[in-house]
Ligand binder design. Structure first.
Ligand SMILES: [Zn+2]
Length: 273
């Protein structure tokens, strides 16, 4: 396939909820550097990422159900049908779900697709961590990371038989479709996947939880909630530079300022590219 045959995609952020108060040490390694000793609480925003291509509707991350939203005291929750409906779509129109990683705010909503059974992509290391490693430690079980419900839900997806386990080392790129790839971006999670998608505005690096905020990008300061290593989280900045060297841009996964940076298409729906 020659370069001009690579399709381009449209990308939308669908905000499904927010937290007003979230500790800044989760967003920034060792806390928010500009705030020095005075560590504040900050807002946190939660998104689904719709990638629309020729004859395909792909979601990066599945969000969460109303039950999980309530359990986690998410504010301003909007469910999948409401948000997708604003773009003239419903859950059954989603043919592919890429899970950046199986934390509750990315995995839990997968049950919305139980009937339509889209193809699901997740890295094999993230899957193993979720199903086995994380369950071994009392502390992690105590803070529900991951919870038994999450593990059960993940197994249900696996049983549906349309699960694609992505392989590769930290920094490896795997093409899913022409013009759409995942990059293994450890740091936040073993086997975390960011997405690189070709758009009319160049390649867009959808960071998911490998970079939470524009503040992380601007300061070159890694996220606080790191489960693998600090240098893994730092490497992500170089991966972004490589992808966007000739154009395009990166979008952090949880930034509440995102709605101010992109055009609003409908309530809670923003056109990234
Ligand atoms: Zn998250």
């Amino acid at each position: 396939m020659s370069e001009q045959d690579v399709p381009t995609y449209e990308v939308y952020a669908l905000q499904y909820g927010y937290h007003t108060f979230y500790p800044s040490y989760m967003f920034f390694w060792m806390g928010n550097p500009p705030l020095a000793g005075e560590q504040s609480l900050m807002p946190n925003a939660y998104y689904l990422w719709l990638i629309k291509g020729p004859d395909t509707n792909i979601l990066l991350d599945a969000g969460c159900t109303p039950e999980a939203a309530q359990a986690h005291q998410l504010e301003g929750y909007a469910d999948h049908e409401t948000l997708l409906g604003r773009l003239g779509l419903s859950a059954k129109d989603i043919d592919t779900v890429i899970l950046s990683h199986p934390d509750w705010d990315h995995l839990d909503g997968i049950s919305v697709f139980d009937e339509s059974m889209p193809e699901v992509y997740v890295h094999e290391a993230a899957y193993a961590w979720h199903l086995q490693v994380g369950r071994r430690y009392e502390l992690l079980r105590a803070v529900n990371m991951p919870s038994k419900e999450e593990v059960d839900k993940a197994l249900k997806v696996m049983d549906a038989g349309k699960l694609n386990l992505v392989k590769g080392e930290h920094g490896d790129t795997v093409e899913i479709r022409p013009g759409l790839s995942v990059i293994r971006t450890d740091g936040h999670y073993q086997g975390h996947l960011a997405v690189v998608v070709e758009t009319a505005e160049g390649p867009v690096f959808l960071a998911a939880d490998s970079v939470y905020l524009y503040g992380n990008l601007e300061l070159g300061w890694p996220i606080g909630l790191v489960r693998t290593s600090l240098t893994d989280a730092l490497d992500v900045f170089d991966m972004i530079k490589d992808v966007t060297a000739k154009g395009g841009f990166a979008v952090p996964g949880h930034d509440p300022q995102l709605p101010e940076k992109f055009p609003k298409v409908e309530e809670g729906v923003f056109r990234i590219a």
